[in-house]
Design a protein around this ligand. Structure first.
Ligand code: DI6
Ligand code: FE
Length: 401
């Protein structure tokens, strides 16, 4: 078999769903042709592979390229000053009155050009890429007006053209109520459903639609309207659900066949059952849990028992998770939520791909998928979860390159 490139003398964690644990292969080889995996498996039993280029991995581990399935990387400014005020004892109301909170990020996002949004997001994206990330989801949701939401999504798409990384975009117009709609959430949801979603769909700027279903966000009835508009435009949905309270958002998302429901600290057993029945992925965000010093853990044992796939993401955002390390996220998933090493690694590969609707394209080392690889200087995959603030990446391969 002819291939473009061969990585041999490697240990593989294929994350293939039909294999036990990580799908570990001791003496493995990966072959790529036209950006896709032609073969990934044991060296013995491999087909005759005729490669233009062969890489000797010297026993290093290869995992699928990592996937961050929930970020708000594109936004203007930061909220370091707000953080400082909070540490000095300021209340949420005081900060909001001083122009802080989500609306301050909206103002910073509206104030900059698309070029500036790209420039500000790029170092955050590069931090993820440096840790072996090959696919990143990016949401809008800090523009909160048609032109600024479109600008944010265009910036996200452009980031994907500037780096060797796959960007999946999500429209999150229903993230917060902009001040010009104060007291008129229904009016803003009208705008989201009647103008924003059609415009985003017409320009093919989003791969999915998300909303923030929460006491401080939007109600389940408003979320349902957003989902109906998404469905009418052929866009899959996902949801920020049960982060601060239980509004039964995950069950609503499952009713719409959502790709994922995210956060889920306050998810109940009915929500778990609904997600399991719909095949909706539970995307957990330990960085936000850590940063806001939440104490209510997501219901890990019921999710496990019901067989709900669990993904992990940074939730990188300026307000509740200024985090750009997916490796640290793995450690937090284990330390804060008691996820196993296998669950953590599946959470940023196979299940993260599924949470983005690209499970057929990436997330495991299997023939036919994109050749997205992370090659690590480690002795065992558990090290990826165990260490804090250490990056053992040796090389990263995106679509065979
Ligand atoms: N949940 C969150 O924790 C963030 N957004 C969301 O839907 C908060 C975003 C911010 O404070 O900027
Ligand atoms: Fe989020």
């Amino acid at each position: 078999m002819r291939c473009d490139r061969l990585w041999r003398n490697a240990r593989l964690a294929t994350l293939a769903p039909d294999r036990p644990l990580l799908g570990e292969i001791d003496r493995g080889v990966v072959a790529a042709a036209d950006g896709r995996i032609l073969y990934a498996g044991p060296e013995a039993g491999a087909p005759q592979l005729d490669a233009a280029d062969t890489v000797d991995c010297q026993g290093r581990w290869i995992t699928p390229g990592l996937i961050d399935p929930h970020t708000h990387l594109v936004h203007g400014g930061d909220r370091a000053q707000e953080f400082e005020l909070r540490l000095a004892g300021a209340s949420y109301e005081e900060i909001a009155r001083a122009g802080g909170g989500i609306v301050s990020t909206m103002a910073s996002t509206r104030a900059v050009t698309e070029d500036q949004l790209v420039a500000q997001a790029l170092p955050r994206l590069d931090a993820l890429i440096a840790e072996g990330v090959t696919t990143v989801e990016i949401k809008s949701g800090y523009g909160l007006a048609l032109e600024h939401e479109l600008k944010s999504l265009r910036a996200a798409r452009r980031l994907g053209a500037m780096r060797d990384v796959s960007i999946v975009t999500t429209f999150l117009g229903a993230h917060a109520l902009p001040p010009e709609f104060a007291g008129d959430a229904e009016g803003y949801i009208d705008l989201v459903c009647r103008e924003m979603i059609p415009a985003v769909a017409a320009e093919r700027l989003a791969d999915a639609v998300d909303a923030f279903c929460e006491g401080i966000g939007f109600t389940p009835a408003q979320t349902r309207r957003v989902f109906e508009a998404a469905r009418a435009h052929g866009l899959p949905v996902k949801l920020h659900a049960e982060q601060l309270s239980n509004l039964h958002g995950a069950a609503l998302a499952a009713e719409f066949g959502a790709l994922s429901a995210d956060h889920l600290e306050h998810l109940d057993t009915a929500g778990v059952a609904a997600m399991a029945a719909a095949g909706t992925v539970a995307t957990l965000l330990p960085g936000a849990y850590y940063f806001v010093r939440e104490t209510q853990s997501p219901p890990i044992a019921p999710l496990r028992a019901a067989g709900v796939p669990i993904a992990l993401a940074t939730d990188s955002n300026p307000g509740t998770s200024p985090l750009t390390s997916l490796l640290l996220t793995l450690n937090m998933g284990a330390t804060l939520f008691r996820l196993t090493v296998e669950e953590c690694l599946a959470g940023v590969t196979r299940n993260a791909a599924r949470a983005l609707g690209v499970g057929g394209e990436t997330g495991t080392l299997e023939a036919g998928k994109r050749c997205d690889l992370a090659i690590w200087d480690i002795e065992h995959p558990a090290e990826l979860v165990y260490r804090m603030g250490f990056n053992p990446l040796h090389a990263r391969v995106w679509r065979g390159r």
